[in-house]
Write a protein that binds this ligand. Structure first.
Ligand code: SAM
Length: 273
């Protein structure tokens, strides 16, 4: 289990805080802004990636809440509270929706507890996505999630922080095997590509955080092995159901996407009966 007492270290950049900075948030330190500025200066489209990812997540939650009847969400690697969080989107459409947020970052836990646990249908759990059994059996998870009913398991921009040797496919498989048929899996993930921007952005992330692996669409698809990948498949995030009922669009099928907007892929899968 993640050490609940581990404290915020303002001298080292954090994934959650750099991402918050790119999204225009205020929960970050100079060290995070320094890295964020490298992205903004050398990789100017990286802000678009963050927004495209967030917008796809919001559309996916809206789709699940409005079209599937699923009323419980586990948001793995949830990040710092931002404009429209999973529980706000889900509860807007279906107020009875319950959301468990999970993150290792101590800042997410402090701010998350203040801003995300705003009603008795949300919890913020300090745990590591690489230890799914810990998350599954955490008392806060068990309080909100009924594992006899379908669950939406959200892996938004987190699995590319898990190295190959840590077996990200096994993490998804664990959840696949521990939720009932009719459950949904959302994944967004940095895509490897044959262009200098991708190589540079991946290099900066790996150097900064000492980990991470970008994957091809085929590799991302294979993380969802045994699940039915729903239309339109694993696609650049702005092309994932751009006309879905909820949320900002940030790109559509109408125009050519920039290389940046293609750097992150999204997809939704279902566990069949
Ligand atoms: C890029 S942010 C994505 C935030 C949010 N899911 C979204 O898509 O907008 C990645 C988040 O994953 C968290 N994270 C990275 N590795 C993790 C791990 N092993 N266990 C739990 N959280 C992790 C980071 O702390 C960060 O908050």
């Amino acid at each position: 289990m993640t050490d609940e007492g581990s404290s915020i270290d303002p001298s080292k950049p954090s994934i959650a805080r750099v991402y918050d900075y790119l999204l225009g948030g205020k929960d970050n330190y100079a060290v995070d802004r320094e890295i964020g500025d490298v992205f903004k200066r050398d990789l100017p489209g990286s802000v678009a990636i963050a927004f495209a990812n967030r917008a796809a997540l919001i559309r996916a939650v809206g789709e699940i809440a409005t079209t599937t009847g699923v009323r419980q969400f586990i948001d793995l690697g949830s990040g710092l509270p931002t404009a429209d969080n999973v529980h706000q989107v889900a509860q807007r459409h279906a107020p009875e929706s319950r959301v468990v947020y999970v993150d290792t970052d101590p800042q997410v836990l402090v701010h998350g507890r203040a801003l995300l646990q705003e009603n008795d249908r949300t919890r913020v759990v300090a745990a590591d996505v690489r230890d799914p059994d810990d998350i599954r059996h955490h008392p806060d998870t068990l309080e909100l999630i009924d594992f006899d009913c379908p669950v939406a398991v959200m892996f938004s921009a987190v699995l590319h922080h898990v190295n190959d040797e840590e077996d990200p496919a096994a993490i998804v498989r664990y959840w696949r095997d521990h939720v009932p048929a009719g459950s949904y899996f959302f994944v967004s993930h940095f895509r490897s590509g044959d262009n200098p921007e991708t190589a540079e952005a991946e290099g900066v992330l790996q150097q900064t955080f000492g980990r991470g692996r970008w994957r091809t669409d085929e590799e991302i698809e294979s993380l969802l092995d045994g699940l039915e990948i729903l239309d339109p498949g694993i696609v650049p995030a702005p092309l994932w159901r751009p006309d879905a009922v909820a949320g900002p669009q940030h790109g559509s099928g109408e125009r050519e996407l920039t290389v940046w907007e293609r750097l992150i892929a999204a997809g939704l899968a279902r566990k069949s009966g």
